[in-house]
Write a new protein. Structure first.
Length: 155
């Protein structure tokens, strides 16, 4: 229930920084992430070359009422460093992420597989919390095909 603790800590302290002990930080990169967080309220680093559908079970996307193909051009985030600042947007992100985390059909959907369309990319390992987090973040920061595939509403 780490998600619940993070949400409570966010309310209490205003900012939560998660750093994996295996990660060695360079001061310049760290400052950039903190600045990014001050602007957006949520900061993590993407992992270029590692596409979200290659590491996410297809039924996780279905839980969000999306198709894995919507995310073919989206990189998964690195798990080693996340900064969350308490504001309206980050509370929305944490609420969606926590809701998914508490539902086994979202985080660990049974009988589901990854569907990687990128040639030469290793895949198959589902990244439970990362997959859900990046899927949620795309709704707020990276609309991808979701916007391009829809027609403008009639006046």
């Amino acid at each position: 229930m780490a998600f619940i603790r993070e949400k409570d800590a966010l309310k209490r302290y205003g900012t939560v920084i998660y750093g994996d002990t295996s990660v060695r930080y360079k001061i310049r990169e760290f400052d950039h992430l903190l600045m990014d967080n001050a602007i957006r309220g949520f900061a993590c680093r993407e992992l270029p070359g590692h596409y979200l559908p290659c590491f996410t079970l297809s039924d996780t996307f279905s839980w969000f009422n999306e198709s894995y193909s919507t995310f073919n051009d989206v990189y998964i985030a690195e798990a080693g460093f996340i900064v969350v600042q308490d504001n309206f947007l980050s509370r929305m992100i944490m609420k969606a992420w926590t809701t998914c985390a508490l539902d086994p059909k979202c985080l660990v959907p049974p009988n589901s597989k990854t569907k990687c369309k990128q040639p030469g990319v290793a895949h198959g390992t589902h990244r439970f919390d990362q997959s859900a987090m990046v899927t949620v973040l795309t709704f707020f920061f990276y609309q991808s095909q979701r916007i391009n595939d829809r027609n403008e509403p009639a006046p």
